[in-house]
Design a binder for this molecule. Sequence first.
Ligand code: ATP
Length: 355
Amino acid sequence: MAQIIIRNLRKEFGSFTAVQGSSFTIEDGEFFMLLGPSGCGKTTTLRMIAGLELPTSGEILIDGEDVSQRPASQRDIAMVFQMFALYPHMNVRKNISYPLVSQGVPKTEVRDRVAEVARILRIEHLLESPVGGLSGGDRQRVALGRAIVRRPKAFMMDEPLGALDAEFREIMSEELRGLHDRMRATTVYVTHDQLEAMQMGDKIVVMNHGVVEQFGTPQQIYDHPATLFVADFIGSPSMNFLRFDGAVKRGASSVSLSGLDVETPEILDETAPTKLVLGVRPEHVILSDAAPYRGRVLATEYLGTSQIITIEAAHGTLKARAPSGQIAHTGETVGLTFTAPKLALFNAETGRAFR
Ligand code: ATP
């Protein structure tokens, strides 16, 4: 398996720059997510790693070797597509064997490797079945089997679960993750679904407009978003943002505006920007009767174990995630506090978290 290093990777299509100088490292055996909204350059990045697209500049190192300008056939990477094209006239065994047979691998080895893959994917009982009659999930497993049997250095997956309905998607994502835990194969996975990225990924790269906004573990990205974009994109409902324009006192450990005093996680020294955006996740907005900062309940949304309460306050509309037993009636006034160590502070002008 393989470590993949991406350095200053750039891709231009004519005058349009789809990827603007990305750098990150995919460690050997990681399940690695490329995450971002439509058109941000995820697929282009994946295709450059696989060799289906050559970079305009920058480097791709696989196990220390610069493969940036090599064709796909010389990179030993398997691409798993969303629309799995199986050979309809062949049975499962022949479909999975195909890449090995076409490479001229001896028959006994083909048999052993197909048996191993069928065991990993738990489809031994389907080996002699025609693919035409298989369920969607089993077709997906056969397609994965065809990629796995080659023993490539890494797997590239572009929204492999994109076409599935919600329930089946959940089953297959657990299965893919379980498969990865058994095989520990370096896997790069494209998705625009932040929840899928958080649930499945060891590491995530968040992209926007061709730029890497942040690279880290799901927890680092959730707890310490590097930019306002990441803070807004990750988490559901999104982080709340409160703007403090020019209201920051040097040397203070709180910001104060229109009757709202918020303790900051650290002292704001002379390097702190004067225009700040305070980011608070809904689970860190606490309803508290005695709190002097007050807002009016606009709506409540019951989610079972918790509820989302929408509150109109002096700094705009906020969302709080509260225990489902907490009583909050639409129209009533409630006090609000924020959990200090969990707040995020952003420079309002650059959109970047400071420190
Ligand atoms: P999606 O989830 O919608 O596929 P993405 O993040 O994967 O989005 P890319 O497919 O990498 O985005 O595309 C990034 C940008 O580059 C888009 O604006 C797209 O139109 C453009 N692009 C991609 N391939 C080409 C191409 N061959 N020629 C011109 N522009 C392209």
